[in-house]
Design a protein around this ligand. Structure first.
Ligand code: NAG
Length: 299
């Protein structure tokens, strides 16, 4: 951490001498023949890459990250409800909701979706707006930036640089929610909605949205959330109870930190060596019925 601040300090000094220095640091200069990158949202290329480069100060610790993401989510849900912006939780964030109604504690960013029409609307009406937030108990004050990618009119993947359509950024440390739009883009497959990263949905998978709670705040989820989760993460993600340094606590219904559970590179290399059946050894003994119940009780 110290080291990072030091580096940044040096970079800042350097940039006083030449404003171009800092730009050069963010992204390697393309070779003369290549066109400049079209990428709108730039991330910091550190261990995690999960910070918006404009607001990055230093890598945040576990507790601060969780606190940041929790309030990011609450603020997003409250602001969009107040402004009448239709949005629903998606990807890993939806998986977190499925388990406990909360963020997954090992996540670095959150994901929400909206229709491409809503995206266009927020691009026109809310781009670069800043939103003040106070937690219910009044102890936490934050500011968030809603930034909309100018490439939202392009609904296909293109060069892959702009698959994230908008961001809700905590301006204190650069952590964010990724916002992506889904739209019908392929005339050969009418009635199929997709984001720019090839996730595909039928309108009836999404609408009518279901009302739920996330991080203690009213939220919306896709109608067929279970099918969506199964397709994206496979059934395994709904039953495995040890993951990324955490263990599912059946009693409290929370993911608790468990240092003995492998995480990061260690977990990756284990996954490569462990044979298929062993991967499932962490499935709860009460297994099938308990998990089938979990799947059904939201209906
Ligand atoms: C949002 O504002 C930024 C900064 O002014 C601009 O670069 C970007 O193109 C805008 N996005 C849209 C969708 O207009």
């Amino acid at each position: 951490m110290r080291f990072h601040s030091l580096l940044l300090g040096i970079a800042a000094l350097g940039s006083m001498a030449s404003g171009a220095a800092i730009v050069a640091r963010e992204e390697k200069k393309p070779a003369a023949a290549e066109p400049p990158s079209t990428k709108y949202f730039r991330n910091r290329n550190d261990l995690t890459g999960h910070y918006d480069v404009r607001f990055f100060k230093e890598v945040v610790e576990y507790d601060e990250r969780r606190d940041t993401l929790t309030h990011l989510a609450k603020a997003w849900l409250q602001t969009t409800a107040k402004e009448g912006i239709e949005t629903w939780i998606a990807h890993g964030t939806l998986l977190g909701w499925w388990w406990s109604g909360n963020i997954l504690p090992w996540d670095w960013d959150l994901d929400v979706q909206m229709s491409a029409n809503t995206l266009t609307m927020i691009g026109e009406k809310y781009n670069m707006t800043r939103h003040h937030y106070t937690s219910e108990d009044g102890t936490v004050q934050r500011e968030y930036l809603l930034d909309v990618n100018p490439w939202i009119w392009q609904r296909v993947r293109g060069d892959g640089n702009n698959i994230i359509d908008a961001r809700w950024v905590d301006v204190r440390n650069g952590l964010y929610i990724d916002i992506t739009g889904i739209a019908e883009t392929n005339p050969d497959t009418p009635g199929i909605l997709n984001c720019k990263n090839y996730h595909r949905y039928k309108p009836e998978d999404i609408w009518p949205l279901r009302d739920t709670m996330f991080e203690g705040v009213p939220a919306k989820i896709p109608y067929n959330f279970d099918e969506i989760l199964m397709k994206e993460y496979k059934a395994k993600a709904l039953v495995v109870t040890e993951y990324e340094g955490h263990r599912w606590n059946t009693h409290t219904k929370t993911w608790d930190r468990a240092p003995e559970v492998p995480a990061g590179r260690q977990a990756e290399s284990l996954l490569k060596t462990v044979r298929e059946p062993e991967k499932y050894s962490t499935v709860e003994s009460g297994g099938f019925f308990y998990n089938a119940f979990r799947l059904l009780h939201w209906w």
